[in-house]
Design a protein around this ligand. Structure first.
Ligand code: NDP
Length: 497
């Protein structure tokens, strides 16, 4: 550090003679309008906040590398997987969903697991969660569902009756609700949780063959969760605990790693497979579609500036690269549109200029021009229309993906068809096969805690509790009975029979 401090200036470089005393008319007089340094300082301060993300507002992240360790070129031509040993730089952001930007990291909430890979053919964003499924499978329900996780419009409080009212009327959610209230609903930090692309995506190879795919990132640090009580206590004691955990681990040189696995389904099998492969509330059982190892992701560098690199990081499923494609999953289709739409609102139309969002291994060549705060040269004097005879960028038919097979009549198809649909099969397997006795007990206790007053925060929670209990009984009689016992509502079983 130099002995002579750097001279303070305005944002436009004009030296500032005094940063402690405003210009006033006399020592006791009012402030002068000509004190442009004061005006600039206050005006910039007033504009420090940009619109907060409506969901996933509290987050933290860092940079790293993805390295391919296994050959999957028979499924995909994506450059990131083109050869064993290929290393691609990437950025990750982890988040809670329902809380505000200053809320506690350890809340019981799904965790966002958003990844941006700077590949040779542009950015590939995999905007996932720490769960392989989700609460809804029709995007028309998204804003309603999110409202149940947010504050009551009247009181600005977060009573739990809102979520249980919604879930009890939306049984496709119960699989994810069981994940959420299990021990994995309160991970210690991103280092100790798995990540999932959640949706079904597709891979396509050089021969033009398409495969449906699920992405799984398995933590190499081991799964570590807070108990319900410890998570709640940590929200008060250190709301930024998980953020700090990742930053400090990277500073210590303990670079967290996740192994990437895929599940692969040949395109035609989607027509006959027993489970709807594009239903976001269901997993593909490992026995039918085993995990195939692909590579390893390591985070090894913290950000220098939170606002620039994390708050302005924009992940969007529409960032897709040749060799990877979408699926007919309705929620994915909607996210392709709505993520970029949210970024244009929050950050402005030129958000691709923020360094963390820029492609790093590919060069953007577009005919877009102008827009708020365009600062990347704006194409200079180059031609801004296409086709042209002046050497502007041209399309490349070799990166055209194979046709996506879609048919059917345009209509509004029910996402929940009634009790005859197997909404309870996978939740039942989760209860019977995945959870051990401690896991079952914790799941029941966590649900009972949330569904009890005062957490419910409503004068008569009973109708909601009973409606929800009937779902737990349908998942498994032991599960229903345990929750009923916890709530003192054993008699509801009779009503379910
Ligand atoms: P398996 O018996 O082959 O594996 C069980 C899966 O459950 C593992 O991926 C395990 O993750 C995960 N798991 C363990 N505890 C929890 C928890 N508290 N919350 C969420 N996931 C947990 O599973 P199947 O494929 O036969 O599916 C059986 C049931 O397992 C499904 O109905 C579903 O509820 C659940 N599940 C399935 C997944 C899948 O993609 N097939 C993924 C996650 C859950 P780990 O290996 O890290 O311990």
């Amino acid at each position: 550090m130099s002995d002579t401090p750097q001279r303070l200036t305005t944002a436009f470089g004009n030296p500032v003679p005094d940063n402690q005393n405003s210009q006033t008319a006399g020592p006791r007089g009012p402030v002068l309008m000509q004190d442009f340094h004061l005006v600039e300082k206050m005006a910039h301060f007033n504009r420090e906040r940009i619109p907060e993300r409506v969901v996933h507002a509290k987050g933290y992240g860092g940079y790293g590398t993805f390295t391919a360790t296994h050959d999957i070129t028979k499924y995909t031509r994506a450059k990131i997987f083109e050869k064993i040993g290929k290393a691609t730089p990437m950025f990750a952001r982890f988040s809670t969903v329902g809380g505000e930007s200053g809320s506690g990291d350890t809340a019981r909430d799904p965790r966002g697991f958003a990844l941006k890979f700077y590949t040779d053919e542009g950015n590939w964003d995999l905007t996932g969660n720490n769960t392989p499924i989700f609460f809804i499978r029709d995007p028309l329900k998204f804003s309603d569902f999110i409202h149940t996780q947010k504050r009551d419009p009247g009181t600005h409080l977060k009573p739990h009756w809102r979520r249980w009212d919604y879930w009890s009327l939306s049984p496709e959610a119960i699989h994810q609700v069981m994940f959420l209230y299990s021990d994995r609903g309160t991970p210690v930090s991103a280092r100790f949780m798995d990540g999932f692309g959640s949706h079904t995506y597709s891979l396509w190879n050089n021969a033009g063959e398409r495969y449906w795919v699920k992405f799984h990132f398995k933590t190499q640090q081991g799964i570590k969760n807070f108990s319900d009580a410890d998570a709640a206590a940590m929200t008060g004691a250190d709301p930024d605990y998980s953020t700090r955990d990742l930053i400090e681990a990277v500073d210590r040189g303990e670079f967290p790693k996740w192994k990437l696995f895929i599940q692969v389904m040949p395109e035609r099998e989607a027509d006959t497979y027993k489970i709807h492969p594009f239903d976001l509330t269901k997993v593909w059982p490992h026995a039918d579609y085993p995990l195939i190892e692909v590579g390893v992701m390591e985070l090894n560098r913290n950000v220098d500036n939170y606002f620039e690199e994390v708050e302005q990081a924009a992940f969007e499923p529409s960032n897709i690269v040749p060799g990877i494609g979408f699926s007919p999953d309705k929620v994915l289709q909607n996210r392709v549109l709505s993520y970029a739409d949210a970024h244009r609102y929050r950050l402005g139309v030129n958000y691709h200029q923020v360094p963390v969002n820029q492609p790093k291994h590919a060069k953007a060549a577009v005919y877009h021009r102008d827009g708020t705060l365009r600062v990347d040269g704006n194409g200079g004097g180059s031609v801004d229309f296409e086709p042209n005879s002046f050497g502007g960028p041209v399309q490349d038919p070799t990166v055209k993906e194979p046709p996506l097979r879609i048919d059917g009549n345009a209509d509004r198809y029910a996402s929940y068809k009634g009790d005859d649909e197997d909404l309870y099969g996978q939740p039942r397997l989760f209860w019977e096969k995945v959870l051990d006795d401690t896991g079952k007990k914790n799941l029941v206790d966590n649900i009972v805690g949330s569904m009890s007053n005062p957490n419910m925060g409503i004068a008569d929670p009973r109708p909601i509790q009973e409606r929800m209990l009937r779902h737990w009984y349908k998942v498994h009689p032991d599960f229903g009975a345990a929750v009923a016992r916890g709530l003192g509502l054993e008699k509801v079983k009779t009503a379910a029979e």
